[in-house]
Each structure stands twice: as structure tokens, then as C-alpha cells.
Design a protein around this ligand. Structure first.
Ligand code: GLU
Length: 429
């Protein structure tokens, strides 16, 4: 066997001034202060319950064995089994996964579904691995996490770099280790093996629903509203498509290949068809002109939807934002240092833990269906998910009015309050 090497990749994806964990904690602290959270509960909620780090030796196609570092962080299980995706990316770090795990706790609490929060990650570049390598890596990760995962313990799902294919491998491998089919151990599965109708578009749909709810508060008409969407992966492309269907003019979109602009509005159906026919990339799309990707979020539009990675709105570009509304499709796209600038400019922000919670909401429906052994219709899924999103939006909006605080902090207040109240009933040692 050839020498073992630790898999490493170059170049961080953004020049970062603060890490997502710090950003998450600073909002948590503000909300805790507003709620007058007692010291014990603060200490309980501040740090994750469990952090598992594994090293996975995986045979690559060339016969060499590479060792990959993987994580699963369970932030909290006060509301129920922990829930959260698994990220495959070369920039994954433990701090990032810790922040993402805590965001899952708050997200599930905001939409009032009975889950705690968790997140997983593996440092790897899935775009440079073969299907066989990815399968071996995913199965190795699943076996190493067999005591963490479980249908009533910790339920993974897709995140950046993973999708239904990886979830199918996790379901299969976990089922083998427990000796029975365990569909409910993971969500975001392919439809044929217990996935839910509506799960693929769920996060983008929730972004659309919360965007329309926010436009109504601002007295803006969808047909007279322009939008730029950063990211054209699962979340961004579905958000763009559904906003386009509602009559918004999507003037700008971007993906890893660059950013694209059309002053008259991009036909998103054509953009999606182009992307699907061109390896998932928009490069060469004729329905829009290339533009500087760094200018997309500060372009002249009414709404921006950051739906890619963390920390893309920082103190460096927040001053230049022209939009009246930001709807956060990504987790943590705005660093905490940008919050005061955005608030001072009077921009309304539908924060990540509210705006992108449609994904985990339909994950919850998938889990319920698996446990029921019964399949829901698409209408049933979307009606219920839309209702949950709208109710959560109204609750967070009302809280922001009540305390005179931005919607981001209001979302944390709603979430932390729910978890803290439940903790009081459950009690500790
Ligand atoms: N990864 C998604 C998120 O960040 C979905 C998580 C889930 O469905 O459990 O919300």
C-alpha cells in the first residue's frame, strides 16, 4: 500500500475578517441579553454538546490511501434529536461546523419543529473526486459516526457538496450497521427510497415565501421588484426560479464561474436549463452579460439574495449595498460586523435562520413520512411548509416590532426563548 497522505487543498474561499462562530456568538449574546437569559442556560446553550473528529482512511482510484478529516458537531438536543446537513468542502473547519450546528438549533426552534441542531463536514474537494472515491469516503464517515447518527438521535441531511446520492449511501451503510432498513436516519434521500416530494426545492421555496412576506411589509409589489441572487446551486437556482415565477425581475445571478447581468431581467427557466446542460455552470450563458462578481451584491436592485457561502457581506461592502431588502438563502452570509452598517442604512434583513429554514422543515416532513411509512402529496408538503414559513416570519417580525430590534436578533430571541423555556421544563442534573 502506498504512503498515507493528509488531504489538503489550497486557497480559502473568502478573505475573512471574523469566523462564522464569532458571528453566530455575537448575535446569540445580544439576544441572550435582551431575553435576560440566566447564566446557567446561557452556559448550556453557548457550547456544543458533542464534537466528534474522525480521520477517514480511504482508498483512492490510483491505489493510494488518503486520510480525510471529518466532523460531526451536535450543538444541542433540548428540543429533540439533532438535525443538520453534512458539508463536503475543502475549507470546512471545526469552528465553521460548530457555528453551523448552533444555527441548526436556532433554525429548528424558529420554525418550531421538534429537533435540536447538528452539522457535519469533511475536508475534501468533491469536484475533484470520482464517484467511487466519494462513495467510499461517505460510507467510511457513516460507519465512524454510527454511534452518533440514529433516527431518534441525530439525523443528517445534504448541505454544500452533498445531495441525494450521498444521503442514499448514508442510509444504506447505516442500515447495514444496525441490521435493518433505517430510512428515517437521514433526510434529503432520492424520491424512490423514501425522499419527500418537494424536498429538493424546499430551501429555495422558503426563501421565496419569506421574500414575498417581507415585500408585503415594505409595501412593495413583486412585479415591480428587481433582485440579484448570489449562488446558483440548489438554494440559489430554486430561489431565483420561484421568485422569477412570482414576477420579480431577476437582474443578476452568479455561480462559481462568474456573475451575469441582464438589465431587462434574466429568463431563469433558460438559465436553469443552460446550467443543467453545462455541467452545473452558467459560464457561456447567452441570456445575460458577464459582470464583476464582487459587484453583484452592491448592484442596483431592490432585493439581494446571498445563497452561496458565509461572510460575503462584511464591513467592507455593506456600506455600498443599494438594496432595501436582504433575504439570506445561505447560512451566515453576513458577518456580525456588517450588521450595524446594514441596520443603520435601514435595510430589512430576513436572516438565514428564518429565510433558509424551508429545507429543514421539509426534512422534518420526510422524517415524519418515513416514520409513518406513508407518502404525502406535493400539495400537502408545500401547503404545510409555506404555512410554517409564513407563521415563523410573522412571529419573528412581531418580535422585532415588540422589542424594536432587527429581524436577525428577533429570530435569535424567538429561538433562544423556545429552547430556554423547554430546558427549564426538562431540567438538568
Ligand atoms: N443543510 C440544510 C440547512 O442548512 C438542511 C438541513 C436539514 O435538512 O437537516 O438547513
Amino acid at each position: 500500500m502506498a504512503a498515507t497522505t493528509v488531504y489538503k487543498e489550497p486557497a480559502p474561499r473568502v478573505a475573512n475578517t471574523e469566523n462564522p462562530l464569532e458571528s453566530m456568538m455575537s448575535r446569540f449574546n445580544i439576544a441572550a441579553e435582551i431575553l435576560g437569559l440566566d447564566d446557567t442556560t446561557y452556559e448550556v446553550l453557548k457550547a456544543p454538546d458533542k464534537q466528534v473528529i474522525v480521520h477517514l482512511a480511504v482508498m483512492m482510484d490510483d491505489g493510494k490511501v488518503d486520510v480525510f478529516e471529518g466532523y460531526r458537531v451536535v450543538h444541542n438536543t433540548i428540543l429533540g434529536p439533532s438535525k443538520g446537513g453534512i458539508r463536503y468542502d475543502h475549507n470546512v473547519s471545526l469552528d465553521e461546523v460548530k457555528a453551523l450546528a448552533a444555527w441548526m438549533t436556532w433554525k429548528c426552534a424558529v420554525v418550531d419543529i421538534p429537533y435540536g441542531g447538528a452539522k457535519g463536514g469533511i475536508i475534501c474537494d468533491p469536484t475533484r473526486m470520482s464517484v467511487g472515491e466519494l462513495e467510499r469516503l461517505t460510507r467510511a464517515y457513516t460507519v465512524s459516526m454510527k454511534d452518533v447518527f440514529g433516527p431518534d438521535r441525530d439525523i443528517p441531511a445534504p448541505d454544500m457538496g452533498t445531495g441525494p446520492r450521498e444521503m442514499a449511501w448514508i442510509m444504506d451503510e447505516y442500515s447495514k450497521t444496525v441490521g435493518q432498513t433505517a430510512s428515517a436516519v437521514v433526510t434529503g434521500k432520492p424520491l424512490v427510497m423514501g425522499g419527500s416530494l418537494g424536498r429538493t426545492e424546499a430551501t429555495g421555496r422558503g426563501v421565496m415565501v419569506s421574500c414575498l412576506a417581507a415585500l408585503a411589509k415594505l409595501g412593495m409589489q413583486p412585479e415591480e421588484t428587481s433582485v440579484a441572487v448570489q449562488g446558483f446551486g440548489n438554494v440559489g437556482s430554486w430561489a431565483a426560479k420561484l421568485l422569477f415565477d412570482k414576477g420579480l425581475k431577476v437582474k443578476g445571478v452568479s455561480d462559481i464561474s462568474g456573475a451575469y447581468w441582464n438589465e431587462n431581467g434574466i429568463n431563469i427557466d433558460e438559465a436553469v436549463a443552460y446550467k443543467n446542460a453545462h455541467n452545473g455552470r452558467l459560464e457561456g450563458f447567452a441570456g445575460a452579460d458577464p459582470m464583476d462578481p464582487n459587484k453583484l451584491l452592491t448592484s442596483k436592485v431592490d432585493v439581494i439574495v446571498p445563497a452561496a457561502v458565509e461572510d460575503v457581506i462584511t464591513e467592507h461592502n455593506a456600506h455600498d449595498i443599494q438594496a432595501r431588502l436582504i433575504v439570506e438563502g445561505a447560512n451566515g452570509p453576513t458577518s456580525a460586523s456588517a450588521d450595524p452598517i446594514i441596520n443603520q442604512k435601514g435595510i430589512l434583513v430576513v436572516p438565514d435562520i428564518l429565510a433558509n429554514s424551508g429545507g429543514v422543515t421539509v426534512s422534518y416532513f420526510e422524517w415524519v413520512q418515513n416514520k409513518q411509512g406513508f407518502k404525502w402529496s406535493l400539495d400537502m408538503v408545500t401547503d404545510r411548509a409555506d404555512r410554517i414559513m409564513n407563521d415563523a416570519f410573522e412571529k419573528v417580525y412581531a418580535t422585532s416590532q415588540q422589542y424594536n430590534i432587527p429581524m436577525r436578533i428577533a429570530a435569535y430571541v424567538v429561538a433562544i426563548d423556545k429552547v430556554a423555556q423547554t430546558y427549564k421544563y426538562r431540567g438538568g442534573y
